[in-house]
Write a protein that binds this ligand. Structure first.
Ligand code: ZN
Length: 160
């Protein structure tokens, strides 16, 4: 079966970033010219081919290799989906709070217990770490506020 040919064109851009390559699944470098199917195309608008795929010289093979890789990844995901057990979002959220608290204490006090150890501690001790970190942040915010009042000269004593 023969399908209609799809034409990709060289399109200048002044937005220098790494764009996704639909051909290989990688990205472009931060280049000034992209290879894309025009936005007006009814079914493949914006389909992009990176300069590395163009350099490789066989875009069709790049796409077929990428499609094989995606099928392997899809098979892996399907195989894993029914067997993978994960913590709840709430559990992650709590652990992230603990990790943030450890970082605050590490950078502001002499606290040097690694995060993975603290995450294994009993909850009461973790809550204490969170409370200590929050106290540090509150104190620092108050100190910044006081310092900015000194710099700007604001004072309740001066009525203007
Ligand atoms: Zn590519």
């Amino acid at each position: 079966m023969t399908a209609f040919t799809i034409h990709a064109e060289l399109v200048p851009t002044n937005f220098y970033t790494r764009w996704h390559c639909h051909c290989c699944g990688g990205t472009t470098e931060k280049v000034g010219v992209l290879c894309e199917v025009p936005k007006s195309h009814p079914t493949h608008a914006g389909f992009r081919v990176c300069e590395k795929c163009l350099k490789a010289g066989d875009v069709q093979q790049q796409m077929l290799d990428h499609a094989d890789e995606l099928e392997q990844r899809a098979k892996y995901l399907r195989d894993t989906a029914s067997r993978l057990q994960v913590p709840t979002y709430a559990e992650w959220q709590y652990a992230d709070r603990v990790a943030d608290a450890v970082q605050v204490l590490y950078h502001t006090t002499d606290f040097e217990v690694p995060t993975n150890e603290v995450l294994a501690w009993p909850r009461e001790q973790q809550l204490e770490i969170i409370a200590r970190a929050e106290a540090v942040l509150v104190r620092e915010a108050a100190e910044r506020e006081a310092a900015s009042r000194l710099v700007s000269g604001d004072s309740d004593d001066i009525p203007f």
